[in-house]
Ligand binder design. Sequence first.
Ligand code: BES
Ligand code: ZN
Ligand code: ZN
Length: 499
Amino acid sequence: MKLNISQKASGKANASALFFVKQSIQFSDVLNETAEKQAESVLAGMKDGVFEDLEFVELDNKPTIFVDAAKDRGISSLDHLRTAAFRLAKKAMQKQIPMVSLMLADAADEQFKAIAHGLHYADYKFDAYKSKQKDNFQVTFEIVAGDRAASFKKVAEEVAIEQKAITLTRNLVNTPGSDLTPAEFVERAKTVAKYTNGLSIKIRDAKQLVKEGFNGIATVGKGSATPPFMVTLSYNGAGRTRTSKDHLVIVGKGLTFDTGGLCLKPPKSMPEMISDMTGAATALAAIQAIATLELPIKVSAVLCLAENRIGEHAMLPGDIFTAKNGKTVMVDNTDAEGRLALSDGLAEAGLIGATHIIDLATLTGAMVRALGYAVAGFFSNDDALALNVINCGEACCEKFWSMPLEEEYADALKDKFADLKNTGSDAGAISAALFLQEFVPADTAWSHWDIAGTAFVTKKWKYTEYGATGFGVQTLVELARRMAAGENAENETKEYAEV
Ligand code: BES
Ligand code: ZN
Ligand code: ZN
């Protein structure tokens, strides 16, 4: 896939396929008379406000997409553009059309960004495990940008960095559990740190974890022949002037496989548990993108890596351990392991001075049942951060729904012997979030994203084939971008430091 951004205002000469943003095009500039008539009739037949108003037709033997971007439909219109671009690119690849022109001379930056993402999504494939690999047909997309060209070039560079991160996440998530062990994940994180300017890495192995009292990850990983790790990656704003004292720490659940442990999962959905490290993969990818973009903000990523497995040393239901913050926890269900591992990630975030924590986790089946694969549920102890999450998600076509940290259910987490147990009320996703809240460092803005539904799809969806979606990477980058720019509602005290 290649993006050429040209200053031309019309693409008639080169176009093998055309992509219109309605209103931004004079059909007579780019179509012959027959095609122009066809185009008018397609547009006349488009219905309002529904996904189906994307029209994909052959005009004059050229696959052409119409997207009605003229109406203001907020997130959905950006999402339409993105999906339309994805479909166009897929079609062009399938029909082996070498050059496609997109008429975008009066599109806004956000619209172009959505389109560029859609084109990149079409290029993703995960065929490392097929006996034969096949290269995607290379399509060049000519962006007819007119005087938007300079601005679009900058957007295209940012999109390429975000897409590289999304691809990293998806490749990690799609890799089978036996190949992506915690130790192998550490190697991948080391590679990211090595090739990304301004990223440093600290690795704790099982022995160090126990020595320092990070017993959550250690307990979860006990039953596995491939031992657990905690990885902390840090980025310090690339020596750029930082506009705030914010330190965003992204904590990721990194269960490279979740069998459920002794409370074994049923076989049907078990293969999907290769995706139980999506939180950690997303955190790693996001910090890679943030550092590459050289955003002027301090960001860290904490990866809680373990395999939840049955073995002679596996944690037993009823076991009690002391978490890093001193609270004791009884393992009521070995399949509720994510929250145990994350308790250490949250503690580490506090130790390294987080002002804001986002944790991401494929945490509960309850969240899948509540919101499905299209919407992630999130929780927050801070209204300004919550608003920021929603807004950033909207800007990135990633949907977040605010869930309550309902205090009424907190009692159900109390244990008879220990301070806490790892199961709670029937409100499964809320109970998990309330459990995590017990480990959030004092005076820290925190948001927990339960991405159990959005991380992985079992059927084709929008711009994703079976498997990992890469959900969350863009919203995290956008959040860092806005925090770096001081567009952080609660960030009242701004400090301007000289480099
Ligand atoms: N990794 C699972 C959650 C999950 C389920 C992720 C489906 C993706 C798709 C998690 O560790 C888990 O098993 N949670 C249990 C908790 C319960 C035992 C309290 C669940 O949600 O069933
Ligand atoms: Zn589990
Ligand atoms: Zn799990």
